[in-house]
Write a protein that binds this ligand. Structure first.
Ligand code: SF4
Length: 228
């Protein structure tokens, strides 16, 4: 992955999104347009996903969105301490993993307008993977089957792997960081990691439950067969 340039990595990321869309299209989900119950300030993204969103702002001469993100960046939001591949590595070593769920905050995503995502085509994976079999607003929370949870983890691991020299963090922190860094060239180097942003890791081991392995293999093959 290291040898790929950012435009190739972005192409790869879009192809991974597209494979995931094929998977979700095969499900009977309650999620639909205008349903934004899950659009909170807790979304975590990789820096490559941030570049995709940031390029979208630039291509549409949209200064308003980044200004809005910066304007509300004083508000509390979720900060993760571990990437998905960190988590997988700890599981592989039999280490205890922290439970970060309690660190979630209430509050709406700054990119939500009239209950609609303003960056829907380039929304990050965490938003794509917030799928539910039931209406979250009615039921109080989303409901996902165990296989979909495994699928989401596998996709997150590959998405982090594509951007293994990059960083991860809350959507607001990544986009503010990019807004500062982009002035220095479009190839985001690892560099010093700002507060609340963490270094991504290459994929060491895929976290797939033994009972899901056979059904998961065609999905893994599709991702590994992507050619740029
Ligand atoms: S980026 Fe879009 S889909 Fe994701 S939380 Fe924000 S408004 Fe919702």
């Amino acid at each position: 992955m290291e040898q790929l340039k950012i435009p190739d990595k972005l192409l790869l990321l879009r192809k991974i999104y597209s494979i995931y869309e094929q998977y979700t299209n095969s499900l009977d989900l309650a999620c639909k347009k205008g349903c934004a119950h899950c659009c909170t300030r807790n979304v975590v993204i990789t820096s490559l996903e941030g570049i995709l969103i940031y390029n979208h702002f630039k291509a549409n001469a949209d200064d308003h969105s980044i200004n809005k993100i910066r304007k509300f960046s004083h508000l509390p939001r979720f900060h993760t301490q571990l990437t998905t591949n960190d988590f997988a590595e700890m599981c592989m070593k039999g280490e205890e993993t922290p439970d970060e769920q309690g660190n979630q905050v209430t509050g709406r995503c700054p990119l939500l307008k009239n209950e609609t995502c303003t960056i829907y085509d380039v929304r990050p994976f965490e938003c794509r993977s917030l799928i539910s079999n039931v209406n979250c607003r009615d039921e109080g929370c989303a409901e996902q089957d165990p296989f979909s949870i495994s699928v989401n983890t596998v996709f997150k691991q590959f998405i982090e792997h594509v951007d293994s020299s990059g960083i991860s963090g809350n959507l607001t922190d990544i986009l503010v960081h990019l807004d500062i860094e982009m002035g220095k060239g479009d190839d985001l180097k690892g560099g010093p990691v700002a507060d609340n942003l963490i270094q991504n890791k290459a994929l060491q081991i895929l976290l797939v439950q033994p009972e899901h392995q056979e059904k998961m293999q065609p999905i893994i093959d599709s991702i590994q067969q992507i050619r740029i």
